[in-house]
Write a protein of this length. Structure first.
Length: 100
């Protein structure tokens, strides 16, 4: 059985975990969210190649938090309106303090 080669990501994306011990299959959602949040175009391409668009879409749609710019970017990549993202719904139901 042929295994897929591991994706090659920049270490700066995973600055807070042991980069060498990342289990790309068991922690797929964490990896996908982190790559979209902190990675560049090549990292995102590697991520989509390794996991496939269906898995990437599923992980991003279920994410509890994505920064707003990442949310809009992910919306364009997976071709879904931002209202379909869990993190958007959570953000709407828990607004921040009123800025005054």
């Amino acid at each position: 059985m042929k295994t897929k080669p591991k994706p090659v990501f920049q270490k700066r994306i995973f600055w807070d975990v042991d980069f060498e011990k990342i289990d790309y299959d068991a922690k797929a959602n964490f990896v996908i969210e982190r790559v979209f949040e902190r990675g560049d175009v090549d990292d995102i391409r590697q991520c989509r190649r390794y996991y496939g668009d269906e898995k990437v879409s599923e992980a991003l749609l279920k994410a509890k938090f994505l920064p707003l710019h990442t949310l809009y970017f992910a919306s364009a990549i997976v071709d879904q309106p931002i209202e379909n993202f869990r993190c958007y719904t959570l953000r709407q139901s828990n607004p921040g303090l009123f800025p005054y």
